[in-house]
Design a protein around this ligand. Structure first.
Ligand code: LFR
Length: 464
């Protein structure tokens, strides 16, 4: 049995967890939980990186002695170093300084190399707007930056590197040539680590590179029994897709804006970012209403399919004023504005379920990989109404759980690196399955209602 600590940083909270893991045991306890979120510095959005580091140190101290520790977080964001010193406070990916155009490479070529969807949050576009790049000698992604402060070791773990749009998804290396062409000096791209490598130590405890992208760790913990599964990693974002052995870099995949992110053990996460529960979280923040249970009860009682939004519309990316943005979107698309919070929540959840449906249908068709079940993992797996709507919209059974998928994936990769007999993803997933209760949702309602709703939906053009 091994005892490990997992630092798991999400966009709205961070956690330090302690786990006991063996071939037939997987017990996770939360040691500390702390706030995370954007800090507005005169119009620029940043992370409070020193608060995060301080909270990680406090959490690790509270976790007590462990055999190892590993860090995962959201993707794409970075810190720049010069001679070991942080240059500037890392930006939040929702900061508005980015766009999705960059000179020196066509969209087709970019996709052929990196296999990534065009999102303004990608590191590449952030770096195109970065003023400190010229002074930097090293770029580290957030988990690697925190890991560097703990250990002094410099490197970037591959699953997260694959979200930068500077990484060659087939060669599994930085694309230094691409980087130079788009104005990112190759000198700033450090060596790459694989999940499972021991990268240093903190106060005598080995630090292990895990799937440092939280979604990569979450997908490790999908409790799938068969190969024919889809997943929705449901949190602030919903990451919706399939696990593949090889990237799909076709023109069809590019036009449908699918990402081929690098997974643990060389797998590919073929997925799209759907805006996710962020829209609901931001409405709750504007309404100053933290009673999610009551909002969901009202949503369950509201009229079905009264009004729909495209959750991926760019106007929903930035923080602030979300109920008004929804109202504007609804007016612009010629629909009737909902009159109650319950109706707004119903609109958000039905629209998300429809976005999941069209994403999963496109993924199966483009990757030529049909599925029989949808696994919903992460915090959103507790949202019963959304899980049921997802089953109804997709016409597939939904298996919900585990909630702490990212932390579980993090600890499983550490346990294997420490020598526990968990040889492959199948063994890790079997352990999650045998130690966690999953909730099953069977499709209900009339499929024709969802067909009609889909044809009413207002797309961004990605699926046109
Ligand atoms: C989820 C996630 C997504 C990534 C987004 C931004 O927490 O890591 O996978 O696209 O956050 O980093």
């Amino acid at each position: 049995m091994k005892r490990v600590a997992a630092v798991d940083l999400g966009a709205s909270s961070g956690r330090v967890m302690r786990a006991e893991v063996s071939a037939d045991r997987l017990e996770l306890v939360q040691v500390t939980r702390f706030w995370n979120g954007p800090v507005d510095l005169r119009g620029s959005l940043h992370w409070d990186i020193l608060h995060l580091y301080r909270s990680v140190l406090d959490g690790l101290a509270a976790a007590g002695p462990v055999d190892s520790l590993g860090i995962d977080s959201w993707a794409v964001d970075y810190g720049l170093l010069s001679e070991g010193q942080l240059l500037g406070n890392p930006f939040h990916y929702r900061d508005s300084r980015t766009s999705t155009s960059v000179e020196g490479v066509t969209a087709e070529e970019l996709y052929q190399i990196t296999g990534l969807q065009q999102l303004p949050i990608n590191t590449l576009y952030q770096l195109a707007a970065e003023r400190l790049l010229g002074q930097a000698d090293t770029l580290l992604l957030i988990p690697d930056l925190l890991g560097y402060w703990l250990t002094g070791s410099i490197g970037v773990e591959r699953t997260n590197a694959s979200t930068t749009q500077l990484y060659d998804v087939r060669a599994r290396e930085w694309s230094c040539q691409l980087a130079e062409r788009v104005g990112v000096p190759a000198r700033v791209l450090p060596r790459l680590w694989d999940a499972g490598e021991v990268v240093g130590s903190w106060e005598g405890t080995p630090v292990i590179a895990v799937g440092s992208h939280d979604t990569a760790s979450a997908v490790v913990a999908v409790p799938a029994e068969e190969e024919r599964f889809a997943y929705i990693s449901s949190g602030t974002w919903s990451l919706v897709g399939l696990e593949l052995a090889e990237p799909v870099l076709t023109e069809e995949a590019r036009l449908a804006n699918f990402s081929n992110e690098g997974g643990v053990d060389g797998r590919i996460r073929f997925l799209r970012n759907v805006m996710g529960l962020w829209i609901l979280q931001e409405c709750q923040r504007s309404w100053a209403d933290d009673d999610l249970g009551q909002l969901l009860r009202e949503a369950a009682a509201a009229r079905p399919f009264a009004v729909l939004i495209d959750p991926d519309a760019p106007e929903f990316l930035a923080p602030g004023g979300m109920p008004q943005r929804i109202t504007d979107h609804i007016r612009r698309t010629g629909q009737e504005v909902p009159q109650s919070r319950g109706a707004v929540v119903r609109c958000i959840l039905e629209s998300l379920a429809l976005a999941y449906r069209r994403t999963l249908r496109a993924a199966q068709q483009i990757a030529d990989k049909p599925v029989d079940v949808v696994h919903v993992i992460g915090g959103g797996s507790q949202n019963e109404l959304l899980c049921q709507l997802t089953a109804d919209a997709c016409g597939l059974p939904v298996l919900a759980g585990p909630v702490e998928a990212s932390a579980l994936g993090n600890v499983l990769v550490q346990a294997r690196a420490l020598g526990e007999p968990l040889p492959d993803l199948a063994a890790m997933r079997a352990l999650v399955r045998s130690t966690h209760h999953l909730r099953r949702y069977t499709p209900q309602g009339k499929p024709a209602d969802w067909d009609a709703a889909e044809s009413r939906m207002f797309g961004t053009g990605d699926f046109a």
